[in-house]
Design a protein around this ligand. Structure first.
Ligand SMILES: [Zn+2]
Length: 139
């Protein structure tokens, strides 16, 4: 199955509860030494270094949940409510808005998360989308 956002993630090692684990494609800048996500084709968003100074840096998909809420209205044609969205720290100092698997009952602020690939329908195709799930049961 193809990834919905191959510019943001790649298949990782192993399986989570709801699907295969994903790694996130971040950039590591040789000029300032900082990691940023997502990696862009324009170079480093922090210091402006050229693209050839930025190396692909895979984040392992582990994240920490900072806050979350259930969305009950259809904000986008790509989202079928109800769904749970959160803010997660995917690397030190890098906070992303993420979609969480399942019901909000599964989640608590500060919880460890991991990125997994979940099949979603996009027209008549199935694509693998990035979602986050509790990592508490990780072996
Ligand atoms: Zn930089």
């Amino acid at each position: 199955m193809k990834l919905e956002k191959p510019d943001l993630c790649a298949p990782g090692a192993g399986h989570g509860t709801h699907g295969p684990r994903l790694v996130l494609k971040a950039g590591l800048c040789a000029a300032c030494g900082q990691v940023h996500f997502p990696k862009t084709e324009f170079g480093c968003p922090r210091c402006g270094a050229a693209p050839d100074r930025v190396a692909l840096h895979a984040l392992d998909g582990a994240a920490r949940l900072l806050a979350f809420a259930t969305i009950h209205t259809r904000l986008s044609p790509l989202i079928t409510p109800p769904c749970v969205v959160g803010e997660a720290e995917v690397a030190p100092g890098i906070v992303e808005e993420v979609m969480l698997v399942g019901d909000e009952m599964l989640y608590a602020d500060g919880m460890a998360l991991r990125a997994v690939g979940i099949p979603v329908a996009r027209g008549d195709r199935q694509l693998m989308a990035i979602r986050f799930e509790p990592a508490e049961d990780a072996a």
